[in-house]
Design a protein around this ligand. Structure first.
Ligand code: SAH
Ligand code: SF4
Length: 458
């Protein structure tokens, strides 16, 4: 008889009963979703969400390691929490996420911030309940940064939204772009089981979710590690058939793996939204090569052309790194020229931030931070003009919105997201959240659009 694994009996007691938790999330959508999983796990222990960190008996900080800035913010937040802990003896402070998956940073947090009770890396997420149980009973800071990938499937999630859901399809990254820490802190690529994803998406649709966003560092490499090697395009096509769902989004696409088949699937899909987040990082072949991106500027431009030709009304957004080591004025000019040629709907630009253990950390970098800042400003100015021009082309057209709720800057307006991912504000009642509605665009700004409602919500 084959050996049968007995499920772990280590279900900690509900020690969170009558207590409150607060989670602070830094970084990307994958982290946001991990925080939703953390929320469900601690709610299973009895904790309830706090409306203010001051009231919480458990504070979890989910960190980001992609650049230095979010790391600095974590350090200053931990300083403040130290003061809170002095007032509140039973407060548990846990620090998780990408920063803590690195051995040296986990040690730094443990030694520098004595108020921290638990340091847990990205792979320790399934073990969070047991770790918290230990943290509340033991005096020493508990550290779990094992690179053990098990236990991630089937974890519950307490989703922040009732109409939009993040849905991871592949964890980790194998690409090792020279500047990037992600492969070190998220491990190697692990695709989730095809049927598991389809069944989770169907379940979400049945619960009333209208939109899902499929997540992965590089969704295009989905499936290469699974039996039968299912393609990401096939997964999308399958999800497009789910009744009740209205929209499917996905991110991020790596240009080196974006196939003609995927473009065709998006073009044919009824629910698959017409938006590609396709980070270019640079427009200079010399820099792209040093970054280990494995595509050329010409290939990128060709991809953008194929997407635009195949999908009417599509939007393409991007990430750009400014001031990569060795980037000359000429390289930078090539990036600006790429922006002008592709005409991104929007682009997030970042100043290169050296990351420990990456290849680029050892590259010689002669330019100063001030020079990089100047380049960033110049690039943002050009991109903002292009974003505004692209938005202006939409004035007069009709767009379908999924309403997200009252506008953050003007509560008399409602805000919705169009299929092309643009944010649109429009006058309307507050009870439209989570519904679809048609608007006619009346005004364009750099970051968003304004419109008038047409017809009834559906
Ligand atoms: N997997 C995604 C991106 C993950 S990180 C992809 O491949 O596109 C998100 C963005 O942060 C990247 O696109 C890049 O523009 C930026 N980034 C990553 N490492 C960085 C670094 N060391 N310095 C500055 N920006 C960085
Ligand atoms: Fe980082 Fe490159 Fe992987 Fe994206 S593809 S997560 S930029 S290593």
């Amino acid at each position: 008889m084959p050996f049968q694994q007995v499920p772990s009996l280590k279900q900690p007691p509900r020690f969170g009963e009558g207590k409150q938790y607060w989670i602070n999330t830094f970084g990307c959508q994958m982290n946001e979703h991990d925080s939703e999983v953390m929320a469900a796990l601690v709610e299973n222990l009895g904790y309830r969400p706090a409306s203010d960190p001051q009231e919480a008996e458990l504070v979890i900080i989910n960190t980001c390691a992609v650049r230095k800035k979010p790391e600095d913010k974590v350090a200053s937040m931990l300083g403040k929490l130290g003061a809170l802990k002095q007032e509140k003896d039973d407060l548990i402070i846990a620090v998780g996420g990408c920063m803590t998956q690195q051995e040296d940073l986990a040690a730094y947090i443990k030694n520098r911030f004595r108020q921290v009770d638990l340091v847990f890396g990205t792979h320790a997420l399934p073990r969070l309940p047991e770790l918290l149980d230990r943290a509340r009973r033991e005096k020493n800071t508990i550290v779990d940064i094992e690179e053990d990938y098990s236990g991630r499937e089937g974890l519950p999630a307490h989703r922040a939204s009732i109409f939009h859901a993040w849905l991871p399809v592949i964890y980790g990254c194998n690409n090792f772009c020279a500047y990037c820490v992600v492969p070190y802190v998220r491990g190697r690529e692990r695709s989730r089981n095809f049927e598991e994803i389809v069944s989770e998406a169907s379940g979400l649709a049945q619960k009333g979710y209208r939109e899902i966003t499929l997540l992965g560092q590089n969704v295009n490499s989905y499936g290469h590690d699974l039996p039968g090697k299912p393609k990401f395009a096939s997964l999308l096509a399958e999800l497009d058939r789910i009744e009740g769902l209205s929209r499917i989004r996905f991110m991020t696409s790596h240009p080196k793996d974006l196939s003609a088949e995927l473009i065709d699937t998006v073009a044919r899909g009824k629910k698959i939204c017409e938006h590609f987040h396709l980070p270019a990082q640079s427009g200079s072949n010399r820099i792209l090569d040093k970054m280990n991106r494995r595509y050329t500027r010409e290939q990128y431009l060709d991809l953008a052309r194929q997407i635009n030709e195949a999908i009417p009304g599509v939007s393409i957004t991007s990430d750009i790194i400014v001031g990569f080591p060795g980037e000359t004025e000429e390289d930078f000019a090539a990036t600006l020229d790429l922006l002008e040629q592709v005409r991104f709907d929007s682009a997030f630009a970042f100043i290169y931030s050296p990351r420990r253990g990456t290849k680029a950390e050892k590259y010689t970098d002669r330019s100063t931070y001030e020079e990089k800042e100047k380049r960033l400003q110049a690039l943002n100015k050009i991109q903002q003009r292009i974003s505004l021009e692209e938005n202006e082309r939409l004035v007069g057209s009709a767009l379908e919105l999924l309403v997200e709720g009252p506008s953050k800057s003007n509560p008399e307006l409602q805000t919705g997201r169009a299929r092309n991912n643009k944010l649109v504000h429009f006058p309307g009642p507050a009870n439209l959240t989570g519904r679809l509605i048609q608007v006619r665009i009346t005004e364009a700004r750099t970051w968003n659009l304004f419109g008038e409602r047409e017809g009834e919500p559906y």
